[in-house]
Design a binder for this molecule. Structure first.
Ligand code: SR1
Ligand code: MG
Length: 420
């Protein structure tokens, strides 16, 4: 058990004194007495500091012993910083260059120092500002294919995969948060739930909606029992930073072994929700339509890139215990390997739609909302846009076996988004 008696939350004033002896920081920043520090964390859990010195800048992230979004009444293990470090190390190896460079990890202080991504913006903020990120869909599709494939039994040596499965099973507290907040709370009168005034009828209808609750139970069962690969575990657009030419994935403290479709579905859901919110963020309907078209095109590129790169990896890196080269290619049956790939990708797609539906519903009726909707001051407009998104989320969850393609899903999103 790690001794955390010396743990002390950082603040901007004490940071240079406390970290000024770290060679990794002095190399990057220059002398500590010239450091400028600001706390910039706007997530639900942690402290995040940008530290600037004469030579450069870094980010220092520290876990708090409680959930920042709720306060000290919700104690939370500091071990999540350990799992974030372990996960980012692995994800960065599986898709090199797509995560920030890690500088040091201090387990006793639950603290991680990393590259300061600049001029990158949190993608959710870029979406609200109407900035187009032309490579985002390609980069995220590649990231998803490489991390999900290379963390699974299709690729990894099975002993290493089983050891990782056991390691990340220790992140049970954060897995439990997802299990409750995503798959259970929105479908019952949970104390932490909140919603925009005007959505009482649909919130109540969802709590009484047996097919939807059955879909939630099915998706929760997939999440809890299908330990297929190492997931980021919280891949919404606040966990991605980008410029027009670069994309980085951050904030991996929810990492766990789970179904591939979870990361894909959460990511797609956040692109779709950004489209549903556009009417409130652009000058007119035409501008909203045009930016939504970019968001849906990004979703399309993401999925098609994921499929293509996953298929490439399937052909060349199927070295794990599930590989099956001996059953197919080694016996001249390339077609059999292709059928296995298609079956697998169909499963990932259907899971992704189900998880996307859950993510949309929980971001509107559960505890943790998204800035695209939350910043809409006109609550009548906000409720109208959220209601459309809820209808779409429900449709995805209930019809995940009937939506054949990303183009079909995007068409549904656009139809719901423009519903009178
Ligand atoms: C108490 S944590 C609430 C949410 O914030 C994180 O980013 C996850 O999405 C979690 O569900
Ligand atoms: Mg986060």
């Amino acid at each position: 058990m790690l001794d955390r008696t010396a743990y002390l939350a950082l603040d901007a004033e004490s940071l240079p004194h406390r970290l000024g002896g770290r060679p990794e920081l002095l190399d990057r920043l220059g002398p500590a007495d010239a450091w400028q520090v600001r706390e910039v964390g706007d997530g639900n859990l942690n402290l995040v500091f940008i530290v600037e010195g004469p030579k450069g800048s870094v980010v220092v992230k520290q876990a708090l012993p409680y959930a920042r979004v709720v306060g000290e009444s919700w104690p939370m293990s500091l071990d999540r910083a350990f799992f974030e470090h372990e996960a980012l190390s692995r994800l960065g190896t599986r898709d090199p260059g797509r995560t920030p460079e890690l500088l040091f990890f201090d387990p006793a202080q639950a603290m991680l120092a990393m590259e300061h991504l600049t001029p990158h913006k949190v993608v959710r903020r870029a979406f609200m500002a109407g900035e187009e990120l032309p490579l985002l869909g390609t980069h995220l599709g590649l990231y998803l294919a490489r991390t999900l494939f290379r963390g699974s039994d299709w690729c990894m040596p099975t002993l290493a995969r089983k050891a990782d499965l056991a390691l990340f099973a220790g992140n049970a507290e954060l897995a439990g948060i997802t299990e409750e907040l995503v798959f259970s709370d929105p479908f019952k009168a949970a104390p932490l739930n909140r919603h925009t005034p005007g959505l009482e009828d649909i919130a109540s209808a969802f709590r009484a909606d047996r097919p939807l609750k059955l879909a939630a139970v099915e998706m929760k069962a997939r999440f809890c029992t299908c330990a297929e690969t190492l997931l980021h575990g919280d891949l919404h657009t606040g966990s991605v930073m980008a410029t027009p030419t670069d994309t980085r994935v951050i904030d991996a403290e929810f990492a766990l072994y789970g179904p591939m479709g979870f990361d894909v579905g959460v990511c797609l859901a956040n692109l779709w929700m950004a489209a549903f919110a556009q009417e409130a963020h652009r000058a007119d309907a035409r501008a909203a339509g045009s930016y939504s078209a970019f968001l849906l095109a990004t979703a399309g590129t993401l999925w098609r890139t994921f499929e293509a790169d996953f298929s490439r990896l399937w052909a060349h890196e199927r070295t794990g215990i599930l590989g099956g080269f001996d059953l197919f290619e080694a016996q001249g049956d390339e077609g059999g390997a292709t059928v296995a790939l298609t079956t697998h990708l169909t499963g990932v797609w259907q899971d992704a739609l189900g998880f996307a539906g859950m993510e949309i519903i929980r971001r509107i009726l559960g505890l943790a909302h998204i800035a695209e909707f939350e910043t809409i001051a006109d609550v009548v407009l906000r409720a109208r846009l959220e209601r459309r998104a809820l209808g779409f989320g429900r449709h995805l969850a209930l019809n995940r076996w009937q939506i054949p393609s990303i183009e079909a899903a995007n068409l549904l999103a656009e139809t719901e988004r423009t519903r009178p």
